[in-house]
Design a protein around this ligand. Structure first.
Ligand code: SF4
Ligand code: SF4
Ligand code: SF4
Length: 254
């Protein structure tokens, strides 16, 4: 990644959305307790949820969403050209996200089912890194606003960027939750990167892996755990596909 020894007083930043729900941008824009201090650090060049200004010069481009139309490819390439550092943020940008579910079905049938006879410009969903070089990926659906703010500051100051390497189970146990496997459910916590404070499992909802794989996971052991507990492998496969975060492991398996 290009080192940003910023000479400007403020970091020039742009945020751009592609195929997504814009929930990640909203997370950043809505963070009222720290937003004023965060904005002090930034020169917003292009971020339609925060400002009506539109400029093409920015040091950091935050890219939200996946790619599902031809015209998005050219737009993304232009953003890459303009930016010194490109950050993919949110599971849609990093992995394809929930949008990727449509890749599990024949595209023409899906379009017909949803849009009937209307003509729709669409193509199979791709993650941002399939199209352009990504310098930093910040996963999550939505992202953790504290994490995004911390990483932007790290990029600006040239500091090391750290993500938790351990799985969600660690945070889940710290919160003294009953394991959902013990309640007969399949939870992707053992193979998913922590950093969300186990928000779903604390709310008694299984982890669907939105933060992607933790480091050095033993995927085969996890599959065995599900099999040993006589839980549905079909259900497991559905969960693994939900955010498209475990594509590489699923392919290994096949
Ligand atoms: S990662 Fe989730 S919250 Fe963020 S844009 Fe995609 S669907 Fe929305
Ligand atoms: S509920 Fe999920 S995240 Fe929590 S300990 Fe069990 S498997 Fe791990
Ligand atoms: S518990 Fe799992 S699905 Fe929920 S926010 Fe954390 S990583 Fe994402």
């Amino acid at each position: 990644m290009q080192h940003l020894g910023f000479s400007h007083k403020k970091i020039k930043i742009g945020s751009f959305d592609f195929t997504c729900c814009e929930g990640c941008q909203l997370q950043l824009a809505n963070h009222e307790s720290t937003l004023p201090a965060f904005l002090e650090l930034l020169d917003i060049r292009n971020f339609r949820e925060i400002s009506s200004d539109r400029y093409d010069d920015y040091d950091i481009a935050l890219v939200e969403g996946s790619i599902s139309r031809e015209d998005e490819i050219e737009r993304l390439k232009t953003i890459r050209k303009n930016a010194k550092v490109l950050v993919a943020y949110g599971s849609c940008a990093c992995f394809g996200g929930v949008n990727s579910l449509k890749n599990n079905f024949p595209l023409d049938e899906t379009v017909r089912e949803v849009y009937g006879d209307h003509s729709v410009d669409t193509m199979p969903v791709q993650r941002i890194s399939n199209i352009v070089k990504v310098d930093v990926s910040i996963p999550g659906c939505p992202v953790s606003k504290e994490e995004v703010e911390r990483i932007i500051v790290s990029i600006a100051t040239g500091s090391m960027i750290n993500f938790p390497k351990y799985p969600v189970c660690v945070e889940c146990k710290q919160r003294l939750n009953t394991c959902l496997f013990d309640l007969g459910e399949i939870c992707l916590g053992p193979i998913t990167r922590a950093g969300c404070d186990a928000v779903c499992t604390t709310g008694k909802t299984v982890c669907l892996g939105c933060r992607g794989p933790a480091e050095d996971i033993n995927f085969q052991s996890f599959m065995q755990l599900v099999a040993d507990k006589k839980l549905s492998l079909g259900d497991l496969d559905e969960k693994l596909r939900f955010y498209n975060c475990f594509e590489a492991f699923r392919n290994d398996k096949n």
